[in-house]
Ligand binder design. Sequence first.
Ligand code: ATP
Ligand code: MG
Length: 572
Amino acid sequence: MRFSKTFIKTYKESPKEAETQSHKLMLRAGMIKQVSRGNYTYLPLGLKVLKKIEKIAREELDKAGAIELLMPIMQPADLWKESGRWNAYGPELMRFKDRNQRDFVLGPTHEEIVTYLFRELIKSYKELPINFYQIQTKFRDEIRPRFGLMRGREFIMKDGYSFHLTKESLDKEYLNMKQAYCNIFNRCGLNFRPVEADTGSIGGAESHEFMVLASAGEDDILYSDTTDYAANVEKATSKIELVMPEEEKKEKELVETPNVTTIDELEKYLNISKKKIVKAVLFKEVLEDKTNYYMAIIRSDLDVNDIKVKNAFNLNVELELVTDEDIQKLGICKGYMGALKDFNKDVKVVMDESVKYLYNFVVGANEENYHYTNVNLEDLRYDVVADVRKARAGDMSPIGDGVLKMARGIEVGHIFKLGDKYSKAMNAKVLDETGKLQTVIMGCYGIGISRVAAAAVEQNNDENGIIWPLSIAPYEVDIIATNMKNEDIVKVSEQVYKLLKDENIDVIYDDRNEKAGFKFKDADLIGFPIKIIIGNKASEGIVELKTRDGKVVEEVKIDNLTNIIKYYRMNL
Ligand code: ATP
Ligand code: MG
């Protein structure tokens, strides 16, 4: 491509609204243009990057045996009512009516459509397992669209869905996809890690997120410094020492603790370790027609993980912390809550495992200015016991063979064993070997194609601009004619351009009537991995090759050029 014949507009200044490097640089390099919040035009350079990521994804998925199709973006609400998501999916779901007043949605994912398709078209176990995928625009009315392509409302996703008769078959395909995803992200040049992820209320099923390690990431991940263990903080567990105490149990005792409402104050006032105080954290689940309340109790030197609380009660909605107003409405005494037998029955209580290993501990007395000391398990009221503890950096890894460290991650992919959630609700069955109808089980697999582009920029940039991994760069090579008025330079530039094109190297030729310095600045901002600079030695058949990462600067004979570029293609 000739620079003058495509459409590239670059900018010196960072737009004010952009916070992250990838957002700033993709705007400045003329890759994207915002239309409305979280809603972008992919300009020619940006589109080329997306196409390359898509190509890599297609190659690896096809190799792994997945089958490409394309489902509609517009989806009838009836299918969403069948799956139960018409009600369960919040305001992120874009709903609209057609001219006949029938409800539709713009697909945020395609479980409903693919399950419908399966139900209509596949009748026998002989056609299983099968894995369908597509690459398509998705729509989610995100509450906080931000960071450019990182969190859009309209974005490009690769989504895939597999169908199985047995758990073993799903397990096998899950591993197959996990490997394919690793191949895809490796080929995109990303530094990433698969991490264990929360499976929500489906429970039991397995899920991994693929996290690109970058400070702009919106997720916290914990990973072991010596082993493969890595998990989203939402899901992470760690090992802490839990041993039954040796002391005798005592009778509980009411003690006055005037104005002592925090754990730190209580620790000082009673001169007692935080490990012998049990704290209580209240949450609410806000549903359309009502609000439910939940309390977690835990050793007070530990923190509560709200996602684990949500899972302990099998809830579908994210929990929120309560407000003073909620506390007043419940008639609970703020700062003195305790899950004692007489505690408000409208609040369900989950007890963290850590409490099981305590004798003679302190809890709030549900009365202003009072706590109980020497409380024991039999004095408490709780509905469930579960691990609701938030793992922290510095904790031991779950099997105790390393220390957990914290990092920020950008979720670029997600694989999930769905089980029968959709197939059961939507009646997707096949005849098994004995002629009996059986509900199938499913896996689902997603990649944020447009988010991958942003994540790659986030990981690969410097003060001058983007440093694209070669495999997904908009062009692999930028030929810079340093002086368009010099006949030799133009002649050799044209010659090199033809040479590289003939060798199927993805090349752009900066043929603009501009100063060399201007062209260099654009090249660095856009981030072409290799620059071929055609200067004064052009007439001697010599050009300069520079890599964007600054590692290589060398003079090269034109005759050797394609071989050298092919070498870097393998190694950049
Ligand atoms: P997040 O927690 O970031 O909102 P998610 O769990 O909602 O992601 P999935 O439903 O698993 O995402 O979607 C599959 C993939 O699509 C994600 O791994 C991510 O890479 C991408 N993705 C999800 N939401 C967006 C978005 N708003 N903009 C760009 N990519 C997205
Ligand atoms: Mg989301």
